[in-house]
Write a protein of this length. Structure first.
Length: 347
């Protein structure tokens, strides 16, 4: 009896230490995001001191930097952070649902589905329907693609390698469809779409920020609530069911959350690749595998990744403005190959 009490006390102490560590890491990441939002707004063709940035944001400045800060830089910085957060959380949910470290919205084709729907909307319906419906089309495209991939990969369960291979195949099909519609579209539309497909927050506006904020605000609490069941699902569906988890319902809700986040991000920033793959792996290294904390940290890490990529893209190569997706792909593609090699014996 004494041994059981001692074991329980040790377990409670370890759990408390993990919670404190997670809260500390989350706090550090939030501070870094806040610093990034200020410094990112300061940096550009002309450097504006962080103090002047804060004064301009709170309406205390002389008005000299209002246009640059409030119209050009701040919306772009905020959009890069929000898009990165959405992609990071989407990847974390997807990896948890499928129990596959290689899963992410862009690798298995979900963002490709959102992209083909968005490009189809611009190419075929541009000028006839309000552009405000673009996010809806992107989310619906992501959802349809996710359902197709899941159904094709199902065979008495979903194996990691089958899901990845089918996802890559579906991604190739959506890419071909996107290219076909670009060929049919006017020259100007095609040029703009190519930049968007590479993944960029260039030309970000407050309308874009207002588009993605409701998606994150609505989905995040729902995802955190249902993500707790993923801790039980890691031990298998039978054990999770025995613990009282309605596995299929929870999995469907979490898949919906992942698709909404990915579709919303693609709608405003295009296909910024590999953030949903990298961010959850970094988050696990920082806070472990408890999905409540890991989901939040994945979002914060994803925000910092996209922010850093966009900061490099718009400052290092001045006067050129390189799409942020170029840099995330440059880091993410070798990382994906590393994961594929590391997990080769599991397939």
């Amino acid at each position: 009896m004494r041994k059981m009490i001692t074991f329980r006390n040790k377990k409670d102490t370890l759990s408390l230490q993990m919670e404190r560590k997670s809260l500390f890491i989350i706090g550090i990441c939030m501070v870094l995001v806040l610093i990034a939002s200020i410094l990112g707004t300061s940096v550009g063709n002309d450097f504006i001191s962080p103090l002047n940035v804060l004064q301009t944001i709170f309406g205390l400045g002389a008005g000299d930097h209002d246009f640059v800060v409030l119209t050009l830089r701040l919306p772009r910085v905020l959009l890069s952070l929000l898009v990165g957060a959405a992609l990071g959380m989407s990847g974390a949910l997807l990896q948890g649902i499928i129990r596959n470290p290689l899963a992410s919205p862009d690798v298995i084709g979900i963002t490709g589905g959102a992209a083909v729907a968005a490009v189809g909307f611009v190419t075929l319906l541009g000028g006839t329907i309000s552009i405000k419906l673009l996010p809806l089309f992107a989310i619906v495209g992501a959802m349809i693609t996710a359902i197709i991939i899941y159904l094709l990969a199902w065979k008495k369960g979903v194996s990691p390698i089958r899901l990845v291979l089918i996802g890559i195949g579906v991604s190739a099909i959506t890419g071909a469809g996107t290219t076909f519609m670009l060929i049919l579209s006017p020259f100007y539309t095609a040029g703009q779409a190519y930049i968007w497909l590479t993944g960029s927050v260039y030309g970000a506006s407050w309308a874009d920020v207002r588009t993605i904020i409701p998606v994150i605000v609505i989905v995040l609490p729902l995802a955190i609530w249902f993500a707790r069941s993923l801790n039980a699902q890691e031990f298998g569906d039978d054990l999770a069911t025995g613990l009282g988890v309605t596995v299929q319902r929870h999995r469907s809700v979490l898949l919906l959350c992942s698709v909404l986040l990915a579709g919303g991000a693609v709608a405003v920033a295009g296909t910024i690749g590999f953030v949903g793959l990298i961010a959850p792996h970094i988050a696990r290294k920082l806070v472990g595998r408890m999905f409540g904390s890991m989901l939040i940290v994945s979002g914060l890490v994803g925000a910092l990744l996209v922010f850093a990529a966009d900061l490099i893209a718009r400052t290092v190569f001045l006067p050129l403005d390189v799409p942020a997706g170029v840099f995330t792909a440059g880091v993410g593609a070798p990382f994906f190959l590393y994961l594929l090699f590391k997990n080769r014996n599991q397939f």
